[in-house]
Design a protein around this ligand. Structure first.
Ligand code: SAH
Length: 386
């Protein structure tokens, strides 16, 4: 065993800026502070997100001395892939370790004409929806922008998407993994902007979707800082039932949530945009004909399409999947009322990769209650849920 001086045992790397999470303008600012031209930022952006290169030494359009100066303050850190599983239906699930040791899960769902990546925004989730496995894990912390976009990088890398001739496998991103994206608004917006940037992943704004359970004040802000597709998780057609299933409803009612979603649409330049309404169907909980009819009335003014999600069970869950009869009846009623209705097919069931089954490995559960409470206090919802 070699004895090293204490100073070399320190890990200064941890303090370095993670260039993975910076936008072109963030990188531009960094170069400007170093007395360099801003356009260097775009060069770095392309190396990382278009060519998949994280080693600064390989970024050959920067001079060697400049690379050395950059390396003194920054580096590109990719979260660690712990495991990667493939389902018989082509769905792929990754377990990814973040700084601090907790793990999140990410899922890729291939379809005929698109490939959808389901990305996490937080380690755990504070909202505790009654039917969601992530909520049962409690809340640990927000992911940084680097950790969110790093997930897209990992998927692109695993499909060799960075190679010029390789087909692009990730065409869509949905913020529907672990966490409530609107509880981590700034980092989620930064990461989504990288997904959209033509010098990074260049995804179309219709193909990046943020899904929320209804953090209304953050939804109000979202429309001013982002232009992406929006999905709203309703799961119930009235406040009484939704209060039980989605506790944040006790703070922001269905009417407030829907009105805010409507305002989001109005802010969008493209007037043909529609909201996706997500409705997870649970046996004899929210799947009756009256519920479908009530939902049809509730959504009358909202330009939307409805996505029905059969409940996916997980260990310890108290609900049951909707029966096919109830599912078809629910869909037919909404169809009859003139709505576009799709049913989300269950994918990756064999590897527990379906909606609501993502549990990751949320460590630090002793501190989690404290942080959970703090987070809710920040959003002023502690009294109703806490
Ligand atoms: N926090 C975000 C993203 C959640 S995951 C949100 O609430 O919208 C995406 C969708 O899956 C949400 O509509 C969520 O309510 C739903 N979901 C959660 N658990 C589920 C389960 N066990 N079965 C089916 N859908 C589930």
């Amino acid at each position: 065993m070699s004895l090293e001086p204490a100073s070399s045992l320190a890990t200064p790397e941890v303090d370095k800026i993670n260039l993975m999470g910076l936008s072109a303008s963030g990188l531009g600012d960094l170069f400007e502070q170093m007395g360099e031209k801003r356009f260097r930022g775009t060069q770095i952006l392309k190396w990382i997100h278009q060519m998949g290169i994280c080693d600064l030494d390989q970024m050959t359009n920067l001079s060697k001395p400049l690379r050395a100066r950059l390396a003194a303050v920054g580096e590109v850190r990719v979260p660690e892939v712990v495991s990667c599983q493939d389902s018989v239906d082509g769905t792929r699930k990754w377990l990814i370790r973040m700084d601090g040791g907790s793990c999140i899960e990410m899922v890729y769902i291939p379809e005929r004409e698109r490939g959808t990546l389901c990305v996490s925004s937080q380690i755990g989730c504070a909202l505790d929806c009654a039917f969601c496995a992530t909520g049962k894990q409690g809340f640990n912390r927000d992911l940084t922008a680097a950790e969110i976009i790093g997930q897209v990088w990992i998927a692109a890398d695993s499909f060799n998407q960075f190679e010029t001739a390789a087909p692009r496998r990730v065409t869509n991103v949905v913020m529907m993994g672990m966490g409530e994206p609107l509880m981590n608004l700034d980092n989620v917006v930064d990461a989504m902007n990288l997904m959209l940037d033509d010098n990074a992943y260049g995804l179309s704004k219709r193909r990046v979707t943020l899904s929320t359970a209804g953090v209304v004040p953050a939804l109000e802000k979202l429309g001013d800082v982002a232009d992406v597709s929006l999905a709203i998780s309703l799961h119930a057609p009235n406040d009484e039932l939704r209060n039980q299933l989605v506790p944040i409803n006790r703070k922001y009612s269905l009417d407030q949530f829907i009105a805010s979603a409507q305002r989001y649409l109005e802010k969008m330049p493209d007037k043909r945009r529609k909201i996706t309404v997500e409705y997870t169907l649970m046996d004899r909980v929210n799947d009756r004909s009256e519920h479908a009819r009530e939902l049809a009335v509730l959504l009358r003014e909202l330009p939307c399409k409805i996505n029905l999600i059969p409940f996916n069970p997980f260990p310890g869950s108290e609900f049951k999947r909707v029966t096919n009869t109830a599912l078809n009846r629910f869909r037919d009623i909404l169809h009859g009322e003139g709505y576009t209705v799709t049913v989300r097919t269950t994918r990756g069931d064999d590897i527990a990769a379906a909606c609501g089954q993502l549990a990751g490995q949320v460590n630090d559960k002793t501190r989690r209650q404290e942080r959970y409470k703090k987070r809710l206090e920040e959003q002023q919802i502690v009294k109703v849920i806490g």
